[in-house]
Design a protein around this ligand. Structure first.
Ligand SMILES: Nc1ncnc2c1ncn2[C@@H]1O[C@H](COP(=O)(O)OP(=O)(O)OP(=O)(O)O)[C@@H](O)[C@H]1O
Ligand SMILES: [Mg+2]
Length: 352
């Protein structure tokens, strides 16, 4: 049996529909992420699972129990769902251990102490048992908020941008840590985020949303290497779209020469397309190769990321490791190295 099933969910605020036909499911001990730009409906979908919004259509089933439907609505407090939100909501007047025990205060003392002790160890915060929230860093507070949410062993944990108030460097690290903690607890969870590094660090799978609809539900690897559509291709990872024309069943003609490789979709000769070019697909080559001009460069620690302009005016990104000897306005020879081209048909003018 699946832990959670979300089936064809529609959600509206008043007359305005926000979430359209959202569908995904979660296995036991699995971590799913809802990833998408601001305003795409992630929080709205999560609030419906928690029971704070009533969907206009669709079903939410947790552990085989239907939580909503034409005649059903299970109140939020009866859903046995834990939650962690962006703004850390620890009780300021309670110590760490009392915060942790808040959701299990009806448990007998020995079990309660055992559980909070276990959790403090799990989040590496044992020495802070007697500390008050204001004496903790943001990351430490968020670890305690997480431990508090999972203390009653909920059927499902929902996290809405739990790391967004933290430094960028800390975010990804904490996302990895939290993943390990949830796996040890065998906790099924959903993370909502607009930060793909966080989603990649945490999720077993990721559901990419755009304008209230699921675009693709897949592993991070597949989202990057095999995006289902143009939106996912541009939203996930870095890259650019290079215009081309289909010359053959496995050949595309572009400004930078021919790209060959098996095409996932079938196109016909003469179709105009865009090919997704990742920075690692662009290789600096010799003077006899197709030329491109460097228009910008960004320091990336281990190397430089360059923006290039092809003779036909297309922009590409190129990642070159090392200390970087290339200058802006310099013309360089480039070659494309692509195993499986990701190709999107170009919408013809006047269509949407
Ligand atoms: N209570 C509300 N009443 C009316 N409209 C709302 C309400 N809450 C959210 N919306 C609208 O619904 C849309 C989706 O909002 P939601 O908060 O789900 O987005 P999100 O994907 O979580 O974005 P973010 O990444 O910025 O948190 C937005 O256009 C927002 O303006
Ligand atoms: Mg949100």
């Amino acid at each position: 049996m699946k832990r959670l099933e979300v089936k064809q969910l529609d959600i509206s605020y008043g007359k305005k529909q926000i979430v359209f036909d959202v569908d995904f499911s979660l296995e036991e001990s699995q971590i799913g992420c809802l990833l998408g730009p601001s305003g795409c409906g992630k929080t709205t979908a999560l609030r419906a699972i928690a029971g704070f919004e009533k969907p206009t259509k669709g079903e939410i089933v947790l552990n085989g129990q239907k939580l909503n439907g034409s005649k059903t609505f299970v109140e939020p407090e009866k859903r046995h769902i834990g939650m962690v939100f962006q703004d850390i909501a620890l009780f300021p007047h309670l110590s760490v251990v009392d915060n942790l025990q808040f959701g299990i205060r009806s448990w007998p003392r020995p079990q309660r102490d055992k559980r909070s002790g276990e959790l403090l160890e799990l989040v590496s915060m044992s020495q802070f048992e007697k500390t008050f929230p204001h004496e903790l860093s943001g990351g430490q507070q968020q670890r305690i908020a997480l431990a508090r949410a999972i203390a009653p062993k909920p059927s499902l944990l929902l996290m809405d941008e739990p790391f967004s108030s933290l430094d960028v460097e800390l975010r990804e690290q904490l996302a990895r840590e939290v993943r390990l903690i949830l796996k040890q607890e065998k906790m099924s969870a959903i993370l909502v985020t607009h930060d793909q590094d966080e989603a990649f660090a945490m999720g077993d799978y990721i559901c990419v949303m755009h304008q209230g609809r699921v675009q693709q539900t897949d592993t991070a690897y597949n989202l990057y290497h095999n995006p289902a559509n143009r939106f996912v291709g541009e939203f996930i990872g870095e890259g650019a779209l290079l215009p081309g024309v289909i010359a053959d069943t496995d050949t595309i003609t572009t400004d930078l020469g021919e790209i060959t490789g098996h095409l996932m979709e079938s196109f016909k000769h003469g179709d105009t397309v865009d090919v997704l070019i990742r920075p690692e697909n662009v290789i600096v080559a010799g003077a006899n190769d197709n030329q491109a001009v460097i228009t910008a460069r960004y320091f990336r620690g281990s190397g430089y990321l360059y923006t290039l302009k092809t003779s036909g005016g297309a922009e590409l990104l190129c990642l070159i490791p090392g200390s970087g000897g290339l200058q802006i306005d310099q013309s360089i020879g480039v070659r494309l190295q692509i195993d499986l081209p990701v190709v999107f048909k170009r919408p013809s003018p006047g269509t949407f």
